[in-house]
Design a protein around this ligand. Structure first.
Ligand SMILES: [Zn+2]
Length: 332
């Protein structure tokens, strides 16, 4: 049994990322105050940078029509920027479904390096993300490259953007090191569940099926609500740097557990239940009448759509998990 890694990597790397993104973006485009919802900054290897011109904001009377067939390049910079924008739009839509407006703006900086970083730039969610070419080079085989790259853009990037959106929306004024959560001060299951919420319906459904198939002890609601992220610390750091997740059963189970807990709450009471859950979590540290954060046991009790005692919530959870087709409302 390995000792639990220290849980400081995420918040520490947020500050690092903020400097990194601010430095790189300022150096290449100048300080831009605009906050378009999805801003994508191409990698230095992109066509715009390669020809040596400063990238002008060209007012195009006629939008360039992408060439079909011979002219297109599935792994090229133009396709990357469009995929990044698509991932951003998906993540922001899914985030709004849970939390409503405002959804913070997002900046994605593409780089020619493996691994990624997430964090905040001011009140904006920021992600530094590898190009398709770099990701393809890390696939196990040439045949595996394209499906691998597609899933990185369609599942992993919206997932990582959502982690950053959560921090940007609710914790933009937090200083690093103030909390011990995985990505934010929120419970780890919620942080992870919100990120998985932005993955493709196919991925989410697969994870929910996995959740229902977990052994009984891993389906225990209170354990899930109290759990620390098994991947926190050194493991998360290694994954961000491009390593494959280790074959750790608790880590693999945590993703299905997290999305199942979130989907359970959302199925019971929709966005109203999520809003009340957030009110309880965010009120705790500053509300003098509630000096202690709500216990995991109290957290879901009497949320919209859920029973008013813990035993009832557990019974509802077990029934929801056992339902053959629980009608999970996570598909768009
Ligand atoms: Zn995650």
């Amino acid at each position: 049994m390995k000792s639990r890694p220290r849980r400081t990597a995420t918040s520490g790397s947020l500050a690092l990322l903020a400097l990194l993104v601010a430095g790189e973006v300022a150096a290449r485009t100048g300080p831009v105050a605009s906050a378009e919802p999805c801003e994508v900054v191409g990698a230095s290897g992109s066509e715009e940078a390669a020809d040596g011109r400063p990238e002008p904001t060209r007012p195009t009377a006629r939008p360039a029509v992408p060439e079909a067939g011979a002219g297109s390049d599935e792994l090229g910079p133009a396709a990357d920027e469009s995929r990044a924008r698509q991932a951003c739009e998906t993540a922001r839509e899914r985030f709004a479904e849970l939390f409503g407006e405002p959804v913070p703006p997002v900046r994605i900086l593409l780089w020619d390096r493996p691994g990624y970083r997430t964090g905040l730039q001011g009140e904006r969610a920021a992600v530094v993300w590898p190009t398709s070419r770099v990701m393809a080079a890390r696939a196990k085989s040439a045949e595996a490259a394209l499906p691998y790259v597609e899933s990185q853009w369609n599942d992993v990037l919206p997932h990582e953007i959502s982690h950053a959106l959560l921090a940007a929306r609710f914790f933009a004024d937090e200083r690093s090191g103030r909390h011990t959560g995985y990505g934010t001060p929120l419970p780890d299951w919620l942080d992870e569940g919100v990120a998985i919420w932005a993955e493709t319906p196919r991925n989410r459904d697969a994870r929910l099926r996995q959740a229902r198939a977990l052994p009984a002890e891993r389906r225990d609601l209170l354990s899930i609500l109290e759990m620390r992220h098994p991947g926190a610390g050194a493991t998360a750091e290694a994954i961000r740097n491009g390593a494959a997740p280790p074959p750790d059963e608790a880590l693999w189970a945590f993703y299905p557990q997290s999305i199942a807990a979130l989907a359970f709450v959302y199925d019971a009471g929709g966005a109203d239940a999520i809003a009340e859950l957030m009110r309880r979590l965010l009120a705790a540290p500053v509300d003098a009448s509630r000096p202690d954060p709500p216990s995991a046991r109290d957290l879901l009790v009497d949320l919209p759509g859920l029973p008013d005692d813990f035993e009832g919530v557990v019974a509802a959870w077990n029934a929801w998990l056992a339902a053959e087709d629980p009608g999970v409302a996570t598909a768009p």
